[in-house]
Design a protein around this ligand. Structure first.
Ligand code: HEM
Length: 412
């Protein structure tokens, strides 16, 4: 029998290891490259890494099932962990019918991003926290405003944002998490469920109409949308900035900054917005928020290049989708390691591989790109944007989540 202290130490190490690993895109790409060159290693450790193998797994949801997420859904049942089939299709259809289109998200995100950036430029401060003072409220206004507009508005510092982060983090590290982090996620889930249910009257009005779902189904889905959507969007904003700051001296990014700062009203310029979207997707290709999704293997299956892989029902298969996003076979015009916004892919759907692929791809792909573009545009308006702290304490982590990132700018 193992010593409980040893078990606790092992769990803690796994939790720290996975939390750290997902923020090491270079290391993950190195592992992916190794697996791409030596597929037998992938077969040994039940990992796929080439674009072709990853996409084929995404395309076989009956064999490679999203139920791998289910044990990590502490806040209740939600579409992301359901088996593909009629129930999933109905729930996904319901969400699609209630989720407003991209331009609605753009409107709310732009208004909040603009308001916050104007306030920063007009105020005395020359430093701010990207998470707490910017991404959290921008994502909240866009997501809360768009698909409910009936939820009470929350201000930065509200404990609900921390609850969302704890529940969202569980999707990534739930299977290796410590007892304390599990308890915290369960308590946050209870708080979120209670809060959404206390607003169910307004939500029922917003989600009503033909084929209106029951109050319970509305509550369950709003809870899911909030914890899946808000933390992922906040984290993505931070990852975009981290990647941007690490390569801001590159000519393509210098030109972009000059263009945004010299523009009298970049918020209204649609062609500039398209360019910004290309940058957002390219920056996230280098730092994807979900670099290694998993799938439950439901039946014995043959998979991989040349059908050489053979995996038993009951196993878990890991997709190094970060590797698929750097597979030279998928992008003929520019080498994967080049920073090339608007790059061409063999299959243009790969442009948004960070949101998954096929029938289980993120339902909010277009809406999220709008939010992140509005956020990025606002940030680029700040002159001399840079890290506020030395490299060893630039980014604060809470498990796998970035919880603080202080930036500075020139405030005249
Ligand atoms: C930058 C932010 C986001 C990223 C990077 C992202 C990424 C993803 C990815 C990779 C998946 C597929 C997971 C898998 O195949 O295992 C997914 C699924 C999903 N996402 Fe997002 N997401 C983001 C934001 C959002 C937002 C804002 C919402 C809703 C408001 C949302 C709702 C969903 C839902 C409901 C699914 C499950 C789809 C299904 O299983 O049928 N996501 N997301």
């Amino acid at each position: 029998m193992r010593d409980p202290l040893f078990c606790r130490a092992l769990t803690w190490l796994k939790y720290r290891g996975v939390s750290t690993m997902i923020h090491q895109p270079r290391l993950l790409r190195l592992i992916s490259r190794t697996v791409q060159r030596q597929p037998w290693i992938g077969r040994l450790i039940k990992v796929v890494a080439s674009r072709s193998d990853v996409v084929k797994v995404f395309e076989r949801p009956l064999t490679f099932s999203s139920t791998a997420h289910r044990p990590n859904l502490v806040a209740g049942e939600f579409v992301i962990g359901m088996e593909s089939g009629p129930r999933h299709a109905a729930e996904r259809g319901l969400l699609h019918s209630r989720l407003p289109p991209g331009p609605t998200f753009e409107k709310f995100a732009t208004s909040e991003s603009r308001r916050r950036i104007d306030a920063l430029r007009a105020g005395p401060a020359s430093q701010f926290d990207l998470i707490e003072d910017f991404m959290v409220p921008v994502a909240w206004q866009a997501i809360g405003g768009s698909f409910g507009a009936r939820l009470p508005s929350l201000t930065p510092g509200d404990p609900m944002f921390m609850h969302l982060r704890h529940i969202g983090a569980h999707l990534v590290v739930g299977s290796v998490t410590t007892e304390a982090a599990q308890r915290r996620a369960r308590e946050s889930a209870a708080a979120l469920n209670a809060w959404v249910r206390s607003n169910i009257g307004q939500l029922h009005q917003a989600w009503g109409g033909t084929g209106a779902p029951s109050r319970e189904d509305i509550a369950r889905n709003v809870v899911g949308l909030l914890w899946v959507g808000h933390p992922a969007t906040v984290q993505s904003g931070a990852l975009i900035m981290q990647e941007f700051l690490s390569r801001r001296s590159e000519p393509k990014l210098r030109d972009l900054v000059n263009q945004v700062q010299a523009h009298p009203d970049p918020w209204q310029d649609l062609s500039l917005r398209l360019v910004l979207k290309d940058h957002v997707l390219e920056l996230l290709r280098f730092r994807p928020p979900f670099p290694t999704p998993h799938r439950d293997v439901r039946r014995n299956a043959i998979y991989g290049e040349g059908g050489k892989g053979c995996i038993a029902a009951g196993s878990v298969l890991t997709m190094l989708s970060i590797g698929a996003m750097f597979d030279p076979a998928a992008m003929p015009d520019a080498p994967p390691a080049d920073y090339e916004p608007g790059r061409l892919f063999v299959d243009q759907e790969d442009r948004s591989l960070i949101f998954g692929y096929g029938a289980r791809r993120c339902i909010a792909r277009d809406q999220v790109v709008e939010i992140l573009t509005s956020a990025f545009l606002g940030l680029l308006r700040l002159p001399g944007l840079a890290w506020a702290d030395p490299w060893w304490r630039r980014i604060g982590y809470d498990g796998p989540s970035i919880c603080s990132m202080r930036l500075k700018f020139r405030n005249s």
